[in-house]
Design a protein around this ligand. Structure first.
Ligand code: SF4
Length: 962
């Protein structure tokens, strides 16, 4: 993949060239094509060129003449030189290009121009520009004899994949798809098959996406100039014209990719990557690119629902009745029991403006601080740990820095599945020579590429991180100048770390002591080590200490405060960073400003005209406990399906049942909504405007693309309506006005404005004033926002969730590429055709001992409950360790998870659950298998089975539906 340099302007030390008689500037290292693309009026046609890919020079359509050279050259891969005289138009070039294109056309089907299933077609444009004609050379025979065709479709036409179509007769063998798969995605799923006129690009060995390694990112379809690989979203719209394209930001993970939604008849029909997007540079993953149909699902909530006290059923209601009900019940509860009896959980799916308003509601209308968000259950330990060590609880660097890192250290994260666009970028960095350390219980895709993979036992991060630091300190690998100038606590720290040897940590962590030494030396000596961590660090009893010890490693080695280094949490949800930034936390208001800070409080009180409550409110786990204890009477949940997603589901359900008032604001009738007294229909990200903040602190716009179904409303409007019904006088006309209020409260947003965001590609906070360009790197040169960085000492304290003879396995959890969290969104898309169920990863030795085979169902039992789940026998996990996803409600994994909470932040310990694995009886086995087959059908079952066998080859017969 070519680097993401700014090609809009030449560097200061520019060369001068003549381009068709015009004097132009060029910079060393540029190609002729790059120079021509910068100057209007000199458009050189291309077919095999894509600015995201390395120059290829295969199609020969971009030929130009250079003074002094006898023959034309390909502009796409010929470097420019100082003083070069370039001609892009001449009779000779016209003839050459036309002939080249006509020869390509002779190898294509006669009806190519009628094949309009692909939405755009660069080849048509080049044919028009070069005035090529299909009459000059006779069309060749169709070249796709050997590939399967659907009945009534041309040979090579295949639409079996849920999202991608093949029309391989249209392939001109420009290799853009193959190169995009290799150079952008790093999956290598496409190849050029056959020779000469028969050659064609195909996925896998058989021309079938479903049987290849394809990860369905769609980069091939996006770059294909002829539609030989196309987005099936256009099949329904043969005239290929869309009504409009709207630029917005992905609503899935915290990468925050930018894309254009293509709209026809007020329906989103396709998504294409935004090449300018600063966090994704024209790439998307399967979820962002294809899994948007949930927003247009038939089972969206379209009206408010009120529970009928007589029948007990949720029944449609008007907005007026629903708002009046919510306002009157909240008022009554507040008046009778005080503000502490009411809580709100705000949403990482919602915009910054909506989160701001929700915490403002709890603080200024209710008068308490019982406000939290799902950052509590994922990265609250990161925010706490990084605030303690560095002063700012967010990523230090930017995704672009991956290209500059000499070494990547990925801890407790699986980016190729959880954050796929960043994961692809990491793969490219490693393919280009960066070293890689992975610390994770599983042999993830990146772990399999790593120089060192430390496959530790779940729950043993703290001893491992201390042992890494021990090696760095005792082997003289520290950056002593950085430590002396930029940190405090060094003497205590050095004494503390002295006995934390790899030999001490190895048996606790289940890794080799020498591997710990190797990893520590690599990290300390690479010349630029960049760290990323995920929930495998935070969702532990000692999660915040895990984060602090990672920060120690960066400080000890000076790997902070410059490009290509730092400590970077990979935020799970699209706007979990923003929800916390906005103050959806019980102890901090907007911008992590403490409730006790007199100046901050004075500013907010002036703005809001209300006296604020200085007492810390309840965290999410505390809210459930308080509800069960009868102290919390009302809970307003926005976009959170806590029954499915929070630990110990039985405990959560008990809490929901105890409440006098449960308000659920959602886009679907979720598991949690079943317990609600009132359900308020919100808008999806496609139906509103506002901002999301991604993992690299980049505040980006989302724009309204389509109308909401029925009477569903943007969440900020719902909050405002309830607030006003309770006596507030909020007059926000749009999210822009809310953004301006946030900027007035939080100094790090002071320079943000709707206009600035609309004009660019987002801004990374802090943005302290209107001319500030944003901050890609915080704590530059070791100037930490807390002053000096703090080296933290933390001893290992094992979790109480320990293995025993009864519960001998440690279960850890995570996400798959194809699905997202509880699956509420992705299960309403064709992603269910790719992955149909949750699978338990079990090591072959354990499987053999238990007598369990691939696809068998087992009972997984913890101290709290039991679930039945199918098994994937794989050496991706170590013996004694299990891994399970949580995307399907029929395996309610949170029946198993515990009430253990992180020491400082109360983040649940999702990542360590002691369980037993019990084979089912033959009758139970047959029943579970048949239930799955009946749910998904034999074809889908076969596809999933084939995928499992490809990943871990073995001979296992596919079960057959009865
Ligand atoms: Fe969306 Fe994340 Fe995929 Fe980007 S990587 S398209 S933000 S899910």
């Amino acid at each position: 993949m070519t680097s993401h340099t700014d090609q809009s302007q030449p560097s200061a030390a520019a060369w001068t060239c003549q381009l068709n008689g015009q004097t132009v500037e060029a910079r060393p290292g540029e190609t002729i094509l790059e120079v021509t693309r910068r100057y209007a009026g000199h458009h050189v046609p291309t077919l095999c060129y894509d600015p995201k890919l390395d120059p290829f020079g295969a199609c020969r359509v971009c030929m130009v003449e250079i003074e002094g050279r006898p023959k034309p050259v390909a502009a796409c891969h010929t470097p420019v030189t100082d003083g070069m005289v370039i001609l892009t138009e001449s009779p000779r070039l016209e003839r050459l290009r036309r002939t080249t294109v006509e020869l390509l056309m002779s190898d294509l089907p006669d009806d190519l121009f009628d094949r309009r299933h692909y939405g755009h077609n660069e080849f048509h444009a080049v044919v028009r520009q070069t005035k090529a004609s299909s009459s000059r050379f006779p069309a060749g025979a169709q070249k796709i004899d050997s590939l399967t065709a659907l009945p009534g479709q041309p040979p090579g036409f295949n639409t079996d994949h849920p999202y991608l179509g093949l029309d391989l007769d249209s392939c001109i063998v420009c290799s853009r798809c193959v190169r995009a798969c290799d150079e952008v995605q790093g999956t290598f799923a496409l190849t050029i098959q056959s020779r000469g006129f028969d050659s064609v690009a195909v996925p896998g060995a058989y021309g079938d996406f479903n049987a290849s390694d394809c990860v369905s990112c769609g980069a091939c379809a996006h770059t294909c100039p002829t539609g030989a690989i196309f987005d099936k979203g256009f099949l329904e719209f043969p005239d290929q014209r869309v009504d409009r394209e709207v630029r917005t930001t992905c609503s899935y993970c915290g990468v925050g990719c930018g894309f254009l939604v293509q709209v026809k008849n007020n329906r989103a029909i396709a998504v294409k990557p935004a090449d300018q997007a600063a966090s994704s540079h024209g790439h998307l993953c399967l979820k962002g690119r294809f899994a948007f149909q949930y927003a247009q699902s038939d089972d969206r909530l379209t009206t408010p629902l009120l529970r009928n006290p007589e029948s007990g059923a949720l029944e449609p209601a008007t907005w007026e009745d629903a708002i009046a009900f919510v306002a009157s019940r909240l008022t009554a509860i507040r008046d009778a029991h005080g503000p502490e009896a009411i809580a709100g959980i705000s949403s990482a799916r919602c915009t910054n403006e909506e989160n701001f308003l929700m915490q403002k509601f709890i603080r200024s209308v209710i008068g308490g601080n019982n406000i939290d968000c799902c950052a509590r259950v994922c990265h609250s330990p990161t925010a706490f740990g990084m605030r303690t060590t560095f002063g700012t609880g967010a990523a230090t660097n930017s995704f672009d820095d991956i290209d500059q890192a000499k070494l990547l250290m990925i801890v407790g994260a699986n980016p190729t599945h959880g954050h796929p666009v960043v994961g692809a970028r990491m793969k490219q960095a490693v393919l280009n020579g960066a070293r890689l350390i992975v610390i994770d219980p599983r042999a993830t895709e990146l772990a399999q590429m790593a120089d060192v993979h430390l496959a530790l036992k779940p729950g043993t991060n703290v001893p491992l991180f201390n042992a890494l630091a021990h090696v760095i300190v005792t082997e003289g690998l520290c950056d002593e100048e950085f430590i002396a100038n930029c940190t405090d606590g060094w003497e205590d720290y050095r004494a503390f770390i002295a006995d934390k040897t790899p030999e001490w940590a190895a048996p606790i962590c289940g890794v080799d002591a020498e591997d710990i030494r190797t990893a520590a030396r690599l990290y300390a000596t690479s010349g630029g080590s960049m760290m990323f961590h995920g929930l495998g660090v935070t969702e532990h009893y000692q999660g915040s200490f895990g984060v602090m010890l990672l920060a120690n490693l960066a400080m000890l080695t000076g790997n902070v405060g410059r490009p290509g280094v730092g400590v970077n949490p990979l935020r799970g949800q699209n706007n979990v960073q923003g929800a916390a930034d906005m103050g959806a936390m019980p102890d901090l208001v907007t911008g992590y400003q403490p409730l006790t800070h007199p100046e901050v409080m004075a500013t907010i009180q002036d703005l809001w005209g209300t006296k604020l409550n200085p007492h810390t409110g309840l965290t999410i786990p505390d809210m459930f406990d308080a509800a069960i204890a009868g102290q919390l009477k009302a809970l307003w949940l926005v976009g959170e399906d806590v029954v499915q997603t929070d630990p110990n589901s039985a405990h959560v359900i008990r809490a929901m049942e105890q409440l006098d008032l449960l308000i659920v604001q959602e886009i679907f009738l979720t598991e949690t909504a079943q317990y609600a007294h009132v359900v308020l229909p919100g808008a999806s990200f496609l139906e509103k405007q506002g901002t999301f903040t991604n993992s690299e602190r980049r505040v980006q716009l989302i724009r309204k693309v389509i109308d909401s179904p029925g009477e569903a409303r943007p969440d900020w409007q719902i909050t405002q309506a309830v607030a006003n019904a309770m006596g507030a006088n909020w007059q926000y006309e749009s999210p822009d006005e809310i953004l301006e209020e946030i900027a007035a409260i939080w100094p790090a947003w002071r320079g943000l404005s709707p206009e600035r965001l609309r004009a660019g590609e987002g801004l990374q906070w802090p943005v302290p004033h209107a001319d500030h360009p944003g901050t890609p790197i915080v704590h530059e040169e070791g100037r930490f926002s807390r002053g000096r960085g703090h080296l933290v000492t933390a001893d290992y304290v094992p979790t109480e969730e320990a293995v025993t003879a009864e519960f001998p396995f440690l279960l850890t959890t995570g996400r798959l590429l194809e699905h997202y969290n509880s699956g509420t969104m992705t299960r309403r898309t064709n992603n269910t055709l790719l992955i149909t169920r949750d699978l338990l990863e079990l090591h072959p030795e354990d499987a053999a001992r238990l007598g369990v085979g691939e696809g068998d169902y087992v009972r997984l039992r913890s101290r709290r409950g039991a679930v039945e789940v199918a098994v994937d026998v794989t050496s991706w996990v170590n013996p004694g360790t299990l891994f399970l996803t949580f995307h399907f409600p029929d395996v309610l994994i949170n029946l198993l998870t515990s009430n253990v909470r992180e020491m400082n932040t109360k983040c649940p310990e999702y990542k360590v659950v002691a369980v037993a694995v019990e084979p089912l009886t033959p009758a139970e086995q047959a029943q579970a298998t048949q239930a799955w087959l009946q749910r998904v059908g034999q074809d889908q079952a076969a596809m999933e089975h084939a995928r499992l066998l490809r990943e871990t080859p073995r001979s296992v017969p596919l079960p057959v539906a009865e």
